[in-house]
Design a protein around this ligand. Structure first.
Ligand code: MHO
Length: 220
């Protein structure tokens, strides 16, 4: 299976937005149910540069979709700290799932913090919501360890349903470059029903002037 280090240097820039990827990014990792929809949700957020899905939060060495073992489905997000911040990522996390529901390990509500600053913010947010609502949340805050990249067919899942658009990406991007593409994250968001006109506008230069590919947003 593809590893996180396979992704490190994988960049292609058939879309202008991928040629201007900021180098200084921060990373956040969340479990919030099936990772298809959480990836699409984050892909539409201003300041989000990359999204990818995988398994994390457990200790076993080789999780797969068929056997996630002690891991949880997670979305991992790289964001530009000059355009957004961890607080906004947390807002998207809370809004994107029901953190009061008891879920099995694969789908649990999980914040995997990458440093002490994230831990403080996550714990403060969580306590604040519990105080305000008087409801206790199932969300766990744990220390991020290893991200196991999910199988390629799960990455940008909704975009993958758009055969022609996917073929255009595949002509220009390797699988790892596709995972790292901001353009792919944005299209996936729009096809998944999360983007708006501005989201599409931000990736308006697909594959040169010849393209007439415009995804139809899916109804929720
Ligand atoms: N209930 C979803 C789960 C997919 S997700 C990647 C489905 O099978 O449609 O866990």
């Amino acid at each position: 299976m593809r590893t996180a280090s396979d992704l490190e240097a994988a960049t292609a820039d058939a879309f202008e937005i991928d040629a201007t990827t900021p180098t200084d990014v921060e990373t956040a990792t969340f479990g919030m149910g099936c990772f298809w929809s959480s990836e699409a949700l984050f892909g539409a957020r201003d300041g989000v540069v990359r999204t990818r899905v995988g398994y994390a939060g457990g200790e076993e060495s080789d999780p797969t979709y068929e056997d996630v073992s002690d891991h949880t489905e997670v979305v991992q997000v790289d964001y530009d700290p000059n355009r957004t911040d961890y607080g906004e990522m947390l807002e998207t996390f809370w809004a994107g799932h029901d953190p009061t529901e008891d879920q099995k390990q694969q789908y649990r509500s999980l914040i995997l913090v990458h440093d002490d600053a994230q831990r403080t913010r996550a714990e403060t947010h969580l306590a604040g919501i519990e105080d305000q609502t008087d409801v206790s949340l199932t969300t766990a805050v744990e220390t991020f360890d290893t991200f196991h990249v999910a199988e390629d067919y799960h990455q940008k899942y909704y975009l993958r349903g758009e055969e022609e658009l996917l073929a255009e990406f595949e002509a220009e991007y390797s699988p790892a470059e596709f995972i790292n593409s901001t353009a792919a994250a944005r299209y996936n968001a729009v096809v998944g029903g999360h983007g708006d006109e501005a989201t599409l506008e931000s990736v308006r230069e697909p594959f040169g002037a010849s393209s007439n590919q415009e995804p139809e947003p899916r109804p929720d």
